[in-house]
Design a protein around this ligand. Structure first.
Ligand code: FBP
Length: 548
């Protein structure tokens, strides 16, 4: 395998671990738990795994001996930096619990568990992936396992080589799947445990027990580095407004964090747009107003940060998308047979309520087409394919033209669209993510060895140096509530959106007028892997502001 000099050097990095995990540990049970909402429904659906206690790992006086086990790991959903380190930590942790333990990987995501695509992960294999980005060691996939026949197939495949436990590394949907499997496996007395690991660059799988999902830190640092470069270019040529859409399917955590790291002129936060009941037109007015005010000062340049999920938070669009989700599920067979976009739009429009049909009709065709493409297997709109930055850029351009015609705008306006998403998802993990992921994997190995199931590995106290982090586990059911998915109420982990009363948003709110009118860009530069801790080990501002 050919490697770059940085890959070679980075391969030798030894992740920092909590002091607690460096010696013998014991598991201590804390308080019993309840789901975040819909307690009765979740309790009924998760009869065997509901209400379990929080678990903490604490130092013990001597090493415990565990029986030898076989564990299989699966990577699920979108890539996030650090997945390979979860596997490295899991591998090393299993070997510390018992040298005879063996680790396997299901290939290509959850479908690999059904199709029995499995490989053994040996020391040699794991070695090549330590501290690297990507999920390519075993691949990933978005398939959702929903049928009992699929769960039975997973049991059958695990039994073939006596797998004792599964580790599912994924976001809210994948960890929901982990909870469902843990419950089903207990009901069927299969003896197979399931442990989840919190992953997603989107940052929305966090709550009182998960401080942050892994991958958010690295992805935000990559995007912020790029935004900083663009800002330096904008400030040099002083001729473009850059409309930058940032990944993050639903919540605006990435947009908010990158804004805090780079101080752009405008940062739209979807959750605020929804709270203020803003229309698309209101968002356009807001952006245009700042562009015009900057122009009066002679600043015909700037940066606008746009969260990927914005359209789903504009109330009229949200209503339209919810209706479209149901309509698409209903007409799926018919629509698949239609080739032309116009005919597809017409078929869908007929099924919408009059208000939503009007909104749908008012959208540019290309944008309306984007809204009726297939949902992912979890029923989510594929927002990464919706070019909101171009839509806003076109609408702002039109508005500026009108202002110019009316004699209200005398400046110059020229803009460039950008979308940053895939650039950050497989980056080499920052020190924070490399350390965090290794710790998560190591913690998962202990939860399994202790016979636990239906838990997510968790690490707390993360604004402190890694040595002081507190590893443990939390029952997945405590994060769940009931939500409508593809027209049906289902138990799911509740996503955490940007808290408009939280410190990160308040910081943005207090500073944004200053950032809009002055050019106060910060240029974070690329992630640094070698150097002083203040350059290499800092965590996101979101985490620092939320937890300090
Ligand atoms: P997860 O929720 O699975 O972590 O994925 C998040 C994400 O990166 C979103 O930010 C983005 O909208 C989506 O995946 C893109 O999905 P795909 O990889 O299927 O294009």
């Amino acid at each position: 395998m050919l490697k770059s000099p940085l890959q070679v050097a980075r391969g030798k990095y030894v992740p920092k671990m909590p002091k607690i995990l460096q010696g013998p540990v014991k598991l201590v049970e804390g308080d019993k738990t309840q789901s975040v909402a819909d307690k009765e429904d979740i309790k009924r659906l998760f009869n065997n795994t509901y209400g379990m206690p929080i678990l903490s790992l604490l130092p013990a006086s001597k090493e415990k001996s565990y029986p030898a086990i076989k564990v299989a790991v699966v990577l699920s959903g979108g890539q996030a930096p650090g997945g390979h380190n979860v596997i490295s930590g899991l591998y090393d942790g299993l070997k510390r619990c018992n040298l005879a333990n063996r680790l396997y990987g299901f290939l290509g995501g959850p479908l690999g568990m059904v199709d029995n695509q499995i490989v053994e992960l040996t020391e040699d294999m794991v070695y090549h992936y330590r501290n690297t980005g990507g999920f390519d060691i075993i691949g990933s996939g978005r398939i959702k396992l929903e049928e009992e026949s699929q769960y039975d197939k997973v049991i059958e495949n695990c039994k073939k080589i006596n797998i004792n436990a599964l580790v599912i590394i994924g976001g809210d949907d994948s960890n929901t799947n982990a909870a469902v499997l843990a419950e089903y496996f207990l009901k069927k007395k299969s003896g197979i445990q399931v442990i989840g690991v919190p992953k997603t660059i989107d940052g929305d799988l966090k709550n009182e027990v998960v401080e942050t999902p892994f991958g958010f830190d690295t992805a935000c640092k990559v995007y912020s580095g790029l935004i900083g470069n663009i800002q330096r270019d904008a400030n040099s040529s002083k001729k473009y407004f850059h409309f930058i859409r940032l990944m993050g399917r639903s919540a605006s955590h990435i947009a908010l964090e990158c804004a805090l790291q780079t101080q752009p002129n405008i940062a739209i936060i979807s959750e605020e747009v929804e709270q203020k009941n803003m229309s698309l037109d209101d968002v356009v007015k807001y952006i245009t107003d700042i562009i015009m005010r900057r122009s009066i000062q002679g600043n015909n340049f700037g940066t606008v940060i746009i969260p990927e999920g914005l359209v789903e938070f504009i109330p009229a669009m949200k209503k339209l998308i919810l209706e479209l989700n149901d309509v698409l599920a209903k007409v799926k067979d018919k629509i698949d047979l239609i080739e032309g976009n116009r005919e597809r739009r017409e078929l869908v429009a007929k099924e919408l309520s009059p208000e939503s049909a009007e909104v749908f009709d008012s959208l540019p065709y290309s944008f309306a087409n984007d809204l009726i493409i297939d949902r992912d297997p979890h029923g989510n709109v594929l927002v990464s394919k919706i070019e909101t930055e171009k839509l806003l850029l076109d609408m702002v351009t039109l508005r500026i033209k009108e202002k110019k015609k009316a004699g209200d705008f005398k400046g110059k306006f020229s803009a460039q669209p950008h979308f940053f998403g895939y650039e950050g998802r497989c980056a080499s993990p920052s020190n924070f993510d490399a350390d965090y992921c290794y710790t998560l994997g190591f913690t998962a190995s202990i939860l399994i060895s202790e016979g636990k199931t239906g838990y997510i590995a968790s690490v707390k106290n993360m604004i402190k140096p890694a040595e002081e982090w507190l590893p443990g586990g939390a029952p997945i059911t405590m994060m769940m509530n009931m939500e409508k998915r593809q027209g049906i109420m289902k138990p799911v982990i509740r996503k955490t959106l940007v808290d408009l009363k939280g410190k990160p948003f308040i910081e943005l709110k207090e500073m944004r007028e200053t950032w809009a009118m002055n050019t106060m860009y910060i240029y974070p530069g690329p992630i640094q892997y070698f150097g002083p801790p203040e350059v290499c080990d800092y965590s996101t501002q979101t985490l620092v502001l939320e937890k300090s």
